[in-house]
Design a binder for this molecule. Structure first.
Ligand code: NAD
Length: 378
């Protein structure tokens, strides 16, 4: 396995960064496009062994040269396009460049277009562009696999972001309000923890194994009620689900508002399955990667740390509310002093788990809410 060279784009994003950490750890060479070197994830990637950061914007006249440089020598690629800029044009340009470079396994992070399923469901615009790119990649004929990602565990935040706010109540409990029917199953994914190892395995099995297949990256199938019960056990406080409209409490980009409106209609009112009617989960993801982090473990280990890093301090206060389900201790199982003495500490005074220290993406800037987070949140 050692010696493989892989190209990635949007490398500071949660999906690509997770993959780069895993690829670097097993000795692969990574050619990682980033927009600039600002931010803690870019700094972290720069310090990883075997990772070449290739700086440049995917929009603009320099794009062909940037992509030719990025894919030079790469035989495999993981491409996750994002909403910023003309996503379809960027997605097509990446596939063209990969074809020119002779990439032998191209993994594209796609999403479904719900208008194609014949049920009068509307397409979620930010997902339909990915499906259009998937179709282009298929037409080009490069050996490709398409991964479909579930809802990230770390979309949850007590900050007032729409759709996944874990709204902290005066009694210390949380409420999650969303338009998903309380009994409809949803796919869950800990993107930072599990995208990387799952992709390593997909690449290892190779394009002939997958034959252009769609592969679901989702490790738990939980209704909103089940999700809240597990979150409650993890965080050790009551978590209640409210089936209701998406609350917009802060300014959001207009494209994201349209995405949320249609999500509310298609996945909420019309109860369309998240991946559409055909794709199954979580058996497939679990057969690829057995070490996933579920929502309960996320809520116990990572959520309080992310919240703390976002300037929130509820985890230091004794919540007057007690969970209705027997709660697990806030115990990361790593209470011994770190021999290198360099690990940050959790709010409970224990060394932070390694996968959290290496994987945390802040949701907000100190000066205010970070608009870029909205667009990543489905
Ligand atoms: P992320 O949200 O963690 O980070 C955003 C990335 O976009 C960064 O790498 C950033 O550098 C990059 N970017 C490119 N141009 C930018 C610009 N002009 N301004 C700001 N940032 C810019 O990324 P991610 O989570 O790896 O991928 C996001 C994609 O994943 C989105 O298209 C989203 O629809 C999709 N997705 C998300 C979920 C979820 O639950 N959050 C589920 C399925 C799919």
């Amino acid at each position: 396995m050692t010696g493989k060279t892989v190209a990635t784009i949007n490398s500071t994003g949660r999906q690509a960064a997770s993959f780069i950490r895993a690829a670097s750890a097993v000795g692969w060479h990574v050619r990682a496009q980033i927009r600039n070197r600002e931010g803690m994830v870019a700094e972290e990637l720069a310090a990883l062994p075997n990772v070449d950061l290739i700086e440049g914007d995917l929009e603009g006249p320099q794009r062909p040269a940037l992509l030719n440089h990025l894919f030079a020598g790469a035989k495999i690629a993981f491409v996750n396009t994002v909403h910023w800029g003309d996503e379809v044009a960027i997605g097509r340009a990446c596939a063209d460049a990969a074809k020119r470079a002779g990439v032998a396994h191209y993994v594209y992070s796609s999403m479904p277009d719900h208008s194609t399923f014949g049920h009068d469901w509307k397409a979620l615009p930010m997902w339909a562009s990915k499906f259009a790119i998937e179709n282009y990649v298929r037409q080009l004929g490069i050996p490709a696999t398409f991964v479909y990602t579930g809802i990230y565990n770390n979309n949850f935040t007590s900050l007032p972001y729409p759709l996944f706010q874990m709204d902290l109540q005066p009694d210390g409990s949380f409420i999650w309000q969303a338009p998903f029917h309380p009994d409809d199953p949803l796919p869950w994914l800990d993107a930072e923890h599990d995208v990387g190892p799952a992709l390593l395995q997909i690449f290892k099995m190779g394009p002939n194994h997958w034959k252009g297949q769609r592969v679901t990256l989702a490790f738990e199938k939980l209704t909103p009620l089940q999700c809240c019960a597990r979150f409650e056990r993890g965080v050790g406080r009551p978590v209640r689900y409210v089936h209701g409209p998406i609350a917009i409490k802060v300014q959001i980009p207009s494209g994201y508002r349209e995405q949320l409106d249609i999500l509310q209609e298609t996945l909420g009112k019309n109860r369309a399955p998240y991946f559409g009617p055909d794709l199954e989960y979580p058996r497939e993801g679990r057969s690829i990667w057995e070490g996933h982090r579920g929502i309960e473990e996320y809520a116990r280990e990572a959520f309080p740390i992310e919240e703390y890093a976002n300037g929130l301090r509820w985890m230091e206060e004794e919540g007057s509310a007690t969970p209705s389900v027997a709660g697990s201790e806030f115990d990361d199982g790593e209470s011994e002093a770190d021999p290198r003495g360099s690990r940050p500490m959790t709010p409970a005074g224990r060394p932070m788990p390694m996968h959290v220290t290496g994987a945390y993406t802040p949701k907000s800037h100190p000066e205010g809410l970070d608009a870029s987070f909205f667009v990543g949140s489905m």
